[in-house]
Each structure stands twice: as structure tokens, then as C-alpha cells.
Ligand binder design. Structure first.
Ligand code: ADE
Ligand code: ZN
Length: 338
């Protein structure tokens, strides 16, 4: 019989919560820093990896923004994105919805268009190379104010055909979704879909705000929803997807052990759960390692994994037709190996 690891490796899946800046592997950091004449604080790849011991989301973000600060040219964004898409395809990811944080780059004088062009060229080349499809979601940094987000949205308008949705990320506690109500109203009126990180470190109330005020199609993380029963029931009834990132939660100490992760309870509550890697270069695993971590911690069955993989397509921003085509692939795989 096929091992769980091989079963997870082979199953067709989508990834819906992935920060492109969080895929920046130390080897590529050295290569790009070298050609941009940037001196790194660490002397080796090993030294960089050894520094990845995080105590909280903020502790991680400080290091993550430092890494992202190396990215300067269109080629840098191209190389970063192509490397991720190749890795994802090697894990049988057929579709990925990629976050990027434009403000992290524009604040340093990198043009919005440089970021867009580099990512877009890689998405096009990867699709041609392996058939993987990708969509782009730009996130507003919630530790900055709403006017900065609005400026970013204005810049995004010229790239409407390349951006499927806007999101909200960075430091959560103290920066509730309500702070970004007007910019999300504007984004929706311009035709963008909306998502938001909510209930990662923050309370269930932030998930409520993301739903009611930002009118999001998906909640990123959302693991604190179980603290509010009415909210959990509503998320389940409306089939609002939650993009859960188990290794991220463990590495950022949102949970103490994988066995205490709420994902099992979330699935039992009828929620549309998906499994994702968040910032894989920093958290020690891409999407398959995340599936394996929860499968091992909870003794999940192949049926459970099949459901999570199917959810990943159902919860995506693919067209109805594409969703049907992709979920049929999961069904086929289940019939053969499940
Ligand atoms: N930016 C990159 N990863 C993030 C996370 N897990 N939460 C909030 N902002 C992020
Ligand atoms: Zn995230």
C-alpha cells in the first residue's frame, strides 16, 4: 500500500496562502544580494537558517522584511517566483494563488510595475514549462495606515487584469480589519475580490470584521474562529474557506504543538479548510510538508487528505469549469490510490 507521504506527494492540489517573499530561500538570497551589491548580515546559508527561531509573528516579520529588502530588479522577482512555481509543481500543486506585499518594495523605491512585471513573466513562463496556473493577490500591510493602502490600490488599477484580489497581512494585533474598510470598499467597487489574514494571532472578532466589513471571500488562517460558536457556524454555512498554515502556526508559536492545532476540530465543525505553506522558506516546509504534519499529528486518513485537496480547488478563484476539471482529477486520484 502507498505510504501517506507518497499519497500526499502525488495528490493534485492548489495552494491558496503563499507569500512570494516568504519563498526566498537563503541560497537565492546570497545570489541576488551578490549581483545587487548588497552585504548580508549573515555569512552563510547555514547561518541564515540558524537564525530562523521565531517567538511570535512580529519576531518573524522583522526578519522576513529584511530578506524581502534584497529584492530590487524585475529579474529578482522573476527568479523568486519561478523558483517557487517549480518547487510547487514538483509537489503536484496545479494551481497557486500568490500573495505579494508591494508596499515592502515601493517604500524602498522599487517601482510597483517592476514587482508586477517580474512576477507576471515568471507565471507565464512556468505555465508554459509545466502547465501550473497562478493568480496574484496583492496584500496591504496592516501596520501602515489606510491612506498608504489606498495609494497602493491606485497603483494596482493599471494591473487589474493581472491581480485577482486584494488581501491584508503583516502585524495583526492592534490593526483590526475595520481600519481598512474604505480601501476594501474601493477595491471591491473596482472589481477585485477580497481576502484578509484574520484570527492568526488576533481574536475571532477580527474574523467577524473581515467578513462583515471587508466582505472577504476567504479568511487567511482564521484558526481562532472556534472561540466564537456563532461565527464558526456562519463560516460553515456560507462555506467561507479558511486557508490554514499549520507549520507557520507552530513556528510562530501560535500553537505549542502540532497535536494541539485546531485544524481537526475545524474540519469536524464543517468548515471549508485548506492546507497551505504561508512562508515556506522560513517555516521548514512547502505545502506537502504541511499536509504531512497534520496527517501525522491527527492520524488522518486518505479520505481526509482527499477532502483537503478537493477543498483547495473549490476554495480557489478558478472558474467553475476549471474547478470542476481540477476536482475531477482529485476524484480520479482517490479512485486509483485512496
Ligand atoms: N506576511 C507574511 N507572512 C505572514 C503571516 N503569517 N501573517 C501575517 N503577515 C504575513
Ligand atoms: Zn500569511
Amino acid at each position: 500500500m502507498m505510504s501517506m507521504e507518497d499519497f500526499i506527494r502525488g495528490i493534485p492540489k492548489a495552494e491558496l496562502h503563499l507569500h512570494i517573499e516568504g519563498t526566498f530561500e537563503p541560497e537565492l538570497m546570497f545570489a541576488i544580494a551578490g549581483r545587487n551589491n548588497i552585504r548580508l548580515r549573515h555569512k552563510s546559508v547555514e547561518e541564515i537558517r540558524a537564525a530562523y527561531e521565531f517567538t511570535s509573528l512580529q519576531d518573524f516579520l522583522d526578519i522576513y522584511y529584511e530578506g524581502a529588502g534584497i529584492l530590487t530588479t524585475e529579474q529578482d522577482f522573476y527568479d523568486l517566483t519561478l523558483a517557487y512555481l517549480r518547487k510547487a509543481r514538483s509537489q503536484n500543486v496545479l494551481h497557486s494563488e500568490i500573495f505579494c506585499d508591494p508596499q515592502t518594495h515601493t517604500a524602498r523605491g522599487v517601482d510597483f510595475s517592476t514587482v508586477m512585471e517580474g512576477i507576471h513573466r515568471a507565471v507565464t513562463d512556468a505555465a508554459e514549462e509545466s502547465g501550473i496556473s497562478a493568480k496574484l493577490i496583492i496584500c496591504f500591510l496592516r501596520h501602515l495606515d489606510e491612506s498608504a493602502a489606498m495609494e497602493t490600490l491606485e497603483q494596482a488599477l493599471a494591473f487589474k487584469d493581472r491581480i485577482i484580489a486584494v488581501g491584508l497581512d503583516s502585524t495583526e494585533v492592534g490593526h483590526p480589519p475595520s481600519k481598512f474598510r474604505r480601501v476594501f470598499d474601493r477595491a471591491r467597487s473596482e472589481g477585485f475580490l477580497t481576502v484578509a489574514h484574520a484570527g492568526e494571532e488576533g481574536p475571532a472578532e477580527y474574523i467577524r470584521q473581515a467578513l462583515d466589513l471587508l466582505k472577504v471571500s476567504r479568511i487567511d488562517h482564521g484558526i481562532h474562529c472556534l472561540d466564537d460558536r456563532a461565527l464558526t457556524e456562519e463560516l460553515a454555512r456560507r462555506r467561507i474557506p479558511l486557508t490554514v498554515c499549520p507549520l507557520s502556526n507552530l513556528r510562530l508559536r501560535v500553537i505549542d504543538t502540532m497535536e494541539s492545532h485546531p485544524v481537526r476540530e475545524m474540519m469536524r465543525s464543517g468548515l471549508m479548510v485548506t492546507i497551505n505553506s504561508d512562508d515556506p522558506a522560513y517555516f521548514g516546509g512547502y505545502v506537502n510538508e504541511n499536509y504531512l504534519a497534520v496527517a501525522t499529528a491527527f492520524g488522518m486518513t486518505k479520505e481526509d487528505i482527499g477532502r483537503l485537496a478537493k477543498n483547495s480547488f473549490t476554495a480557489s478563484f478558478l472558474s467553475r469549469q476549471e474547478k470542476d476539471r481540477m476536482t475531477a482529477k482529485v476524484d480520479e486520484y482517490m479512485k486509483q490510490y485512496g
